[in-house]
Design a protein around this ligand. Structure first.
Ligand SMILES: [Zn+2]
Length: 234
């Protein structure tokens, strides 16, 4: 993976909000082919390289101008061109890469705590289960999946990662308020609680190959996501 030294562009005078609305004549942003537009998010890590969050190019540019960027990895996504320096006659340019490591401590719980539990929502749950119904093993679109409680509420089940799976409507209806044993249905995989790095991956709207490679390197060796990503890509 390519790592480049950071050059702190003299971008402090650029109002990114105004620039975003085309209000600065001398401001230009160029998205590289890798970014495929301005909506591609940047993976932010701490200085040790632990994944922290997804940020947009404006947030990334702010981190550069606030001298929060320690180093960058991955590929070049954006070039932000600022005003021309009157003294040097040169235009300022700030390069934003797909992975940006920032200095300082963030106090992010997922980074330090091994018992961290990410919030449960359907988007990340369905991704965890690779959009497969965990009963009939067919693949479905997100809108066709539902959150099945393996042990139903009515039998003391709770809404936690290890008690929920993606299920198609047909299987969910068939199972009803029963356990898989009671319904004589078998789970195709054991549900698990994602680690922080896994959760960041699952949350990603569009994860670039270098970002994925970076995140996967932070997954536990036993993570079921290794296999699921391979199947996803094939
Ligand atoms: Zn099903």
């Amino acid at each position: 993976m390519h790592t480049s030294a950071v050059s702190y562009g003299a971008m402090l005078g650029i109002d990114l909000e105004r620039a975003d609305h085309g209000l600065l004549d001398d401001f230009a942003i160029v998205a590289t082919p890798a970014a495929r537009g301005l909506s591609q998010l940047v993976l932010r890590t701490d200085v040790a390289g632990m994944p922290l969050e997804w940020i947009d190019y404006k947030e990334a540019a702010r981190l550069y101008t606030q001298e929060q960027v320690a180093y960058t990895c991955g590929s070049l996504l954006y070039e932000l061109y600022g005003g021309t320096n009157a003294r040097t006659g040169r235009r300022t340019v700030l390069e934003v890469n797909s992975i940006v490591a920032t200095v300082g401590h963030t106090g992010n719980p997922g980074n330090t705590r091994h018992d961290y539990v990410p919030p449960l929502n359907n988007q990340t749950l369905f991704r965890r289960d690779a959009y497969l119904c965990m009963y009939c093993s067919q693949r479905f679109a997100s809108r066709e999946l539902s959150r099945d409680h393996i042990r139903p509420f009515s039998q003391g089940g709770t809404d936690i990662w290890t008690n929920v799976v993606a299920a198609c409507r047909r299987c969910n209806n068939q199972k009803a308020s029963r356990t898989p044993e009671q319904a004589r249905m078998q789970l195709i995989a054991v549900p698990f609680t994602p680690t922080y790095a896994e959760y960041i991956f699952l949350k990603g709207r569009r994860v670039l190959a270098d970002q994925m490679e970076y995140l996967v390197a932070h997954f536990p060796r036993s993570s079921p996501l290794h296999d699921r990503i391979q199947r996803w890509l094939s």
